[in-house]
Design a protein around this ligand. Structure first.
Ligand code: GA4
Length: 331
């Protein structure tokens, strides 16, 4: 039996050998969205890291701080009150269990469908039953972040030589876009101090299945990304900026030119981490194939064609750390 109710028993959680958590990586590319050269910076960063930070992004700081404060109020509620918003299936409140296949992390979260019609729907129980988090704060935040994500995708499309500037952004703007939004809370784990030389996993290593993910966190440095050579590095936090991840679909749409970035979050000993992530995905029926503009003459797709529905179905059968694109690679 899996014992999840004893936070002191860390036996069921993943522990990894410490990897110099204090050394922050100084090489994360920073893209100033107001810079005339932003699109080539985005392309370079997506090729080299599949990850970059954006500044001058235009999302009001107030949207971030308001939602963070509300999320903290919710996560600080007594457990039985939070449990009423769960279990996540996949949407709703979740604690420790990530996905349907046995992945466990030192985390609590709320997962929502990011479709504006669904968020605004009167019957959505999360806002009815949990007044700590207001519908308007989520709407303001998600719509501003989605707008900025579309701008980034438009710069990307231009940088990739597409003459259709909205070839990527239209997938997020589509009313049937299958995007989601996640509030993650990583409680501090004081018992960690006794785990000399080891770290507790908050959210295990994985790549994001969608096109693009846009993350904002508080001032904690527990997010790590894996570099091309496989080394894990810690991302210096910046609570006024956003971090962008290339997702699996974008890897396919660039025929492997951009790599979807492997990342993970470690648990902290004293401070709690809070992050908010918008996952921009295409409509379920969308066929995911390389963009014409990325293909050299005679170049073939590295992947068998699939729809987002097929990919998502297969993702939900996988474990978090699996290389999900492997099943779709041409042999
Ligand atoms: C990773 C990215 C997003 O958080 C997410 C996750 C989803 C979930 O938590 O329900 C998944 C995970 C994520 C990938 C593989 C499957 C599905 C948990 C899991 C084990 C919401 C998503 O879209 O894919």
């Amino acid at each position: 039996m899996v014992v999840l109710s004893q936070p002191t028993a860390l036996d069921h959680f993943s522990l990894i050998k410490s990897c110099k958590p204090t050394s922050l990586f100084t090489g994360i590319p920073v893209v100033d969205l107001s810079d005339s050269d932003a699109k080539s910076q985005i392309i370079r960063a997506s090729e080299e890291y599949g990850f970059f930070k954006v500044v001058n992004h235009g999302v009001p700081l107030e949207f971030m701080t308001t939602l963070e404060a509300q999320a903290l109020k919710f996560f600080n509620l007594p457990q039985p009150e939070k449990d009423r918003a769960g279990p996540a299936d996949p949407f709703g409140y979740g604690s420790k269990r990530i996905g349907p296949n046995g992945d466990i992390g030192w985390i609590e979260y709320i997962l929502l469908n990011a479709n504006p019609e669904i968020i605004s729907h009167k019957s959505l129980s999360i806002f009815k039953d949990n007044p700590e988090i207001s519908r308007s704060a989520v709407e303001d935040y998600v719509s501003a972040v989605k707008k900025m994500s579309c701008e980034v995708l438009e710069m990307m499309a231009e940088g990739l030589g597409s003459d259709e500037r909205n070839v990527l952004s239209k997938l997020l703007r589509d009313e049937k876009s299958d995007s989601c939004f996640r509030l993650n809370y990583y409680p501090p784990c004081p018992e960690l101090q006794t785990l000399s030389g080891r770290n507790l996993i908050g959210f295990g290593e994985h790549t994001d299945p969608q096109i693009i993910s846009v993350l904002r966190s508080n001032n904690t440095s527990s997010l790590q990304i894996s570099l091309k050579d496989g080394t894990w590095v810690s991302v210096p936090p910046d609570q006024t900026s956003f971090f962008i991840n290339v997702g699996d679909c974008l890897q396919v749409m660039t025929n492997g030119r951009f790599k979807s970035v492997k990342h993970r979050v470690l648990a902290g000993t004293v401070s709690s981490r809070i992050s908010m992530i918008y996952f921009g995905g295409p409509p379920l029926s969308e066929r995911i194939t390389p963009l014409a503009s990325v293909m050299a003459e005679g170049e073939e797709s590295l992947y068998n064609e699939f729809t987002w529905f097929e990919y998502k179905k297969s993702a939900y059968k996988s474990r978090l750390a699996d290389y999900r694109l492997g099943l779709f690679e041409k042999s």
